[in-house]
Design a protein around this ligand. Sequence first.
Ligand SMILES: [Ca+2]
Ligand SMILES: [Ca+2]
Ligand SMILES: [Ca+2]
Ligand SMILES: [Ca+2]
Length: 246
Amino acid sequence: MKYLFILIFLFAPIFVVKAADTMIDSDNDGLSDQEETNVYHSDANNSDTDNDGFDDGVEIKNSYSPLDPKPTKLKDSDYDHDSLSDDLEIKFHADLTNSDTDGDGFTDGDEIKNGYDPLSVEKKKLAKKIEINIKNQKLSYFLSDVELGEFPVSSGKNNSTPKGTYKVLNKSLKAWSKFGLWMPYWLGLGSHGEFGIHELPYWPNGYREGSNHLGTPVSHGCVRLGIGPAKLIYDWVEVGTPVVIK
Ligand SMILES: [Ca+2]
Ligand SMILES: [Ca+2]
Ligand SMILES: [Ca+2]
Ligand SMILES: [Ca+2]
């Protein structure tokens, strides 16, 4: 018992300092000094860092940059010009004022684009994931559980796209469908690639199924993506990338 008291006595001041650290808000703008210094890189001693008339805390609460005097959303702001938005820098815990957070010679934007951890000098890959929401007819892609973007899809009519967790089995720039059309940027799913994700398909005479189908389930079970997003997703995923259909 005596030792327990000694332990508490020894560690108590550390806990007090730690708790206070995250609560101090020197300039009373709604953001703690710790958040301003380490997360948003705003001035912990100036309630309106960019002097635009809005407190830093109000800007963050409404997803605006506290560093840019022009009204700029965090997702549209790239303060350090490293091709990674301030919004994604914050989500990946990278430094939005430093183009190369880990100092390994690769910019934060390049690291994320290629699936690497912008916080580690080691060639550490972050986990990729695709999520398809049948109800919303949307495909989202994630790196380390951070959503990088979403696109409208057309899945199978009459709920013919099976829900579940899959892995990309194979990739093909152009696959042939048993229904007599080409499926560009094919990503095979299921137990043996019996369905997949692909670009709007086209018939041998060149006629392409309409982009007006995106947002409505019309396929035989595959998940169709528009021209542009299909190539982006094809290039981004690897064989083995998990695909969650829900
Ligand atoms: Ca503050
Ligand atoms: Ca940036
Ligand atoms: Ca950065
Ligand atoms: Ca880097």
